[in-house]
Design a protein around this ligand. Structure first.
Ligand code: PEP
Ligand code: MN
Length: 358
């Protein structure tokens, strides 16, 4: 797949203000809920109404979506409010029903993107349509798999394409339900700067409190849009209750969000600088996290040496590490002096960690 300006044309043709905002409930629940959401969103930043019709649930027995009936409610909402419609499709049967009900944007869910067989079947089902297809990242942090899914649509002749960043599964407890791993969409942007990139802060966050902060990062990183789960009564939602916001809260989020200019004379420099700095922030976070992980391993070594009554400082090993890293540094355009200074500091910290195990 070549990087191709054509990807953007659908977004430009929408003639919408930046960013593109897709809002609506995690799941369509009742006709009243869908219509009420749409009515409240009519005069908001949102131009597209989202609702899940078929819900991929982790365990059976949870609410699995209302099915095709919900598509009728969405059509009614569109007729009444003029909002465009978006829903998730996970198989050719869903595609046929979505096409029958005039859904404008079909998205591929994170659990579907992981499966090339499913994605290929869906791509064949949309062949020849002019629908917009948005591909969510796979649940696992694999850029090739994400791009591979986009490519299956591209190869079948779909050019109205975009991607949705919804975070990556983690077994560890963290602030987020799904880790953002910003470096992955940043790599994607670098490879395909014209592929519209949308953030789904709701599924990354898992909690409505973090949605503004995540959306701001997306704006700072030049994302093209946001997909935010919005429900008239979030606490009573049949799925993803904790992460949904009311249309009023959505309005507040946009009041506080600093939307960055995409282009423009005086702002260009600041935007570019901001973008570089955000990239640096992401990398700095990774550096410190990795150093923390390294020191954790060092603690293990300290304990082992202590149990076996072995001295902490092993000069031979230290010289080997230094030699290896100076060579690696050269390959990465880092001076010997810098690598030596850096590794002296790391080594010193390692010794101090091990001394705690004395
Ligand atoms: C959703 O958008 O409601 C959804 C199920 O998302 P994901 O595929 O990102 O989990
Ligand atoms: Mn959801």
């Amino acid at each position: 797949m070549q990087n191709n300006k054509k990807f953007r044309t659908w977004l430009d043709a929408f003639a919408l203000s930046h960013p593109l905002v897709i809002a609506g409930p995690c799941s369509a629940e009742t006709e009243e809920q869908v219509l009420e959401t749409a009515r409240q969103l009519k005069n908001s930043e949102a131009t597209v109404l989202r609702a899940g019709i078929w819900k991929p649930r982790t365990r059976p027995g949870n609410f699995e979506g209302v099915g095709a009936l919900g598509l009728k409610w969405m059509q009614k909402a569109k007729a009444e409010t003029g909002l465009l419609l978006a829903t998730e499709v996970a198989n050719p049967h869903h595609v046929a029903l979505a096409l029958d009900h005039d859904i404008d944007i079909l998205w591929i869910g994170a659990r579907t993107t992981v499966s090339p067989f499913n994605v290929q079947e869906i791509a064949e089902a949309v062949k020849g349509t002019d629908k917009i297809i948005l591909v969510k990242n796979p649940v696992n942090p694999d850029l090739a798999l994400w791009l591979g899914a986009v490519e299956r649509f591209f190869n079948i002749g779909i050019t109205k394409l975009g991607v949705i960043h919804r975070g990556f599964s983690t077994y560890d407890k963290s602030k987020y339900r799904n880790l953002p791993e910003w470096q992955i969409p940043i790599d994607l942007q670098n490879q395909f700067p014209d592929l519209p990139l949308i953030l789904d802060p709701s599924h990354i966050s898992g909690k409505r409190e973090n949605i503004l902060e995540l959306s701001q990062t997306a704006m700072d990183l030049n994302y093209d849009g946001l997909m935010i789960e919005t429900h008239p009564n979030p606490d009573e939602a049949w799925s993803d209750a904790e992460q949904q916001v009311t249309p009023q809260q959505l309005f507040e989020i946009f009041k506080n969000l600093k939307v960055r200019e995409k282009e423009g004379s005086t702002e260009t420099y600041k935007d570019e600088l901001n973008r570089y700095r955000k990239h640096i922030d992401v990398i700095d976070d990774q550096i410190v996290q990795l150093l923390g992980k390294r020191m954790h391993i060092v603690d293990g070594i300290g304990e082992l040496k202590h149990k076996n009554n072995v001295a902490i400082l092993q000069v031979k090993r230290w010289n080997e590490v230094l030699k290896r890293m100076i060579a690696a540094g050269k390959e990465n355009n880092l001076s010997e002096a810098f690598v030596m200074q850096l590794y002296r500091a790391i080594h010193q910290e390692s010794i101090e960690h091990q001394q705690k195990n004395k």
